[in-house]
Design a protein around this ligand. Structure first.
Ligand code: NAP
Length: 238
């Protein structure tokens, strides 16, 4: 689903894309060779490796092998460091999508208490840094957090990125809270749903994002933005 949606998004805006499907038994060194090939291909501006990778492959090693200028997912350590240092450059797709989404909704984050549930390298951690840059006060929660409800009730903005259904419900938020649902799950009928109990939240929140049709879309928009940025970075390097 992720790959097909990214291909479609690229096609919609005229970004030429090539999905390289490799067998899941590919040795790590062969995958590194593929990345090296595209690193050196001047006609390629951006590379992304769709995670998760098979267990026998060290994901960190693979992500580090992508040229930082072509790292359109912002997983390379030097791009992650740039982000934490507050420098301009390629941005992590889902967190930037969330910042843009709140911006479109005219949510001023300055001085707001933002509670992020989930501390992954893909969503929670980078988003916390980006929220700090927006001058929010940030609390990060995770599976070992005690009294989650006491914390979420204090929040002006809650971002839920856990990957489990019904992590947040209407009893856990204050009136007028903004809720961003990042999670992607399947309900009992097999339909896509988020981490939040949408029905109990929708009347209590001033803004809540749906799943599907919320964060996923903005994630892809950031990816396209990153390709454009990578294109200019690569032209500068040549
Ligand atoms: P992840 O790496 O599995 O991280 C999940 C986080 O949730 C961990 O930090 C974990 O805590 C925390 N957690 C687990 N159970 C919890 C609980 N009961 N209460 C509070 N925190 C809990 O997941 P991820 O990659 O960040 O993705 C999260 C969800 O977002 C998934 O459904 C994924 O598919 C979705 N996603 C969507 C997009 C999009 O574009 N829409 C992009 C990325 C991810 P510990 O650290 O203590 O284990």
């Amino acid at each position: 689903v992720y790959v097909a949606n990214k291909e479609k998004a690229c096609n919609n805006v005229g970004i030429i894309n090539n999905t390289v499907r490799l067998p899941d038994y590919i040795p790590e060194h062969d995958l590194l060779r593929v990345i090296d090939f595209y690193n050196n291909d001047k006609t390629v501006d951006g590379i992304l490796v769709q995670l998760p990778l098979p267990k026998h492959i060290n994901s960190d090693k693979i992500l580090k092998a992508i040229s930082p200028e072509k790292d359109v997912d912002c997983f390379h350590p030097s791009n992650v460091a740039n982000l934490w240092l507050g420098k301009e450059g390629i941005k992590p797709c889902t967190p930037q999508g969330i910042i843009d989404l709140l911006d479109y909704g005219n949510i001023d984050l300055r001085g707001k208490h933002v509670v992020i549930i989930g501390r992954s390298n893909i969503v929670g951690k980078p988003l916390a840094q980006m929220m700090l840059k927006e001058n929010a006060t940030v609390t990060i929660c995770h599976s070992k957090t005690k009294n989650l409800q006491e914390i979420t009730k204090l929040a002006d903005v809650i971002v839920v990125a856990v990957g489990k259904r019904n992590v947040l419900n209407g009893d856990m938020v204050k009136d007028g809270a903004v809720v961003v649902d990042v999670g992607i799950n399947r309900n009992d009928e097999g339909k896509l749903c988020g981490d939040c109990d949408y029905d109990s939240l929708v009347d209590k929140c001033s803004l809540i994002t749906p799943v599907p049709g919320g964060v996923g879309l903005l994630t892809r928009v950031t990816l396209l933005d990153n390709v454009l940025l990578a294109h200019s970075l690569n032209n500068m390097c040549q």
